[in-house]
Design a protein around this ligand. Structure first.
Ligand code: KIV
Ligand code: NA
Length: 276
């Protein structure tokens, strides 16, 4: 079944949990899509897990387009959401519409996601007016890492909780189809989830959210620089991959690879000919 922003909203009405993962390239998008995920986020976490930057601030709109295109080619049924990177929606409303439009028009995603609440409302509304569905993202917003003083749990004080609840309501009123809640206490996520009619997608936000998302490299053990508390490691593919590579190195050095089955053979006539 093809997922759309409409199927996301329906899922909440029916009480069906939504599933999302990130992907950044064709092969992973295909695997995630074939497994039946509801939505794929081409996150700007790309910068950290695929490009090796220390945070997400270096990712550009062109980086995003490049990877969204690859994911789009691999995914048939998942709703594809493209992250708007740092500075692509911080300058002017016009700029923001243009950049969101590029992710859809050149990249091929179905919706865009941007971080923030009331501060970005004018941009959110303008992008939606341009007929591009928007996903919100509040709580720990990694593009604000320097303002927040690190990747820290948000929504622990009364003021922060009030702001999160208000932001969620403002975003809903502005017309976003869903909101990511990142690194907030589960009780706060519960209040927000119950106070809006659009689905909340949690990451480090507990079990009361309408859906969940994880960074695929984290949940499969493919990124070891650091692992947040909220990640469940479903596999340790990093180890698996490394042991395969070690075996390859040993095989090549020991003359065990390639074997005849991996090699191309001349027909006998030519073979005899060139030996002369
Ligand atoms: O970039 C990303 O992967 C994200 C998710 C963690 C929500 O924004
Ligand atoms: Na992101």
């Amino acid at each position: 079944m093809k997922n759309t922003v409409a199927t996301f909203k329906e899922a909440k009405e029916k009480g069906i949990k939504l599933t999302m993962l990130t992907a950044y390239d064709y092969s992973f998008a295909k695997l995630v899509d074939e497994a039946g995920i509801d939505g794929i986020l081409v996150g700007d976490s790309l910068g950290m897990v695929a490009l090796g930057y220390e945070n997400t601030l270096s990712v550009t709109i062109d980086d995003m387009i490049h990877h969204i295109k690859a994911v789009r080619r691999g995914a048939e049924n998942a709703l594809i959401v493209g992250d708007m990177p740092f500075l692509s929606y911080h300058i002017s409303v016009e700029d923001s519409i243009k950049n969101a439009g590029r992710l859809v028009q050149e990249g091929g995603c179905h919706a865009v996601k941007l971080e923030g609440g009331i501060e970005v409302l004018d941009k959110v509304k303008a992008i939606i007016k341009a007929q591009i569905p928007v996903m919100g993202h509040i709580g720990l917003t990694p593009q604000s890492v320097n303002m927040l003083g690190g990747f820290k749990v948000q929504g622990k004080s009364k003021e922060q909780i009030k702001k999160l609840i208000d932001d969620a309501k403002y975003l809903e009123e502005a017309g976003v189809f869903s909101i990511v809640l990142e690194a907030v206490p589960d009780e706060v996520a519960k209040i927000i989830t119950e106070s809006i009619s659009i689905p909340t997608i949690g990451i480090g936000a507990g079990k009361y959210c309408d859906g969940q998302i994880l960074v695929i490299n984290d949940m499969l053990g493919l990124f070891s620089d650091f692992t947040p508390k909220f990640v469940k490691r479903y596999r340790n593919l990093g180890e698996e991959i490394k042991s395969g590579i070690l075996e390859y190195i040993e095989d090549v050095r020991g003359g065990k690879f390639p074997e005849d089955v991996h090699s191309f053979k001349l027909n006998k006539e030519i073979s005899d000919e060139i030996k002369k």
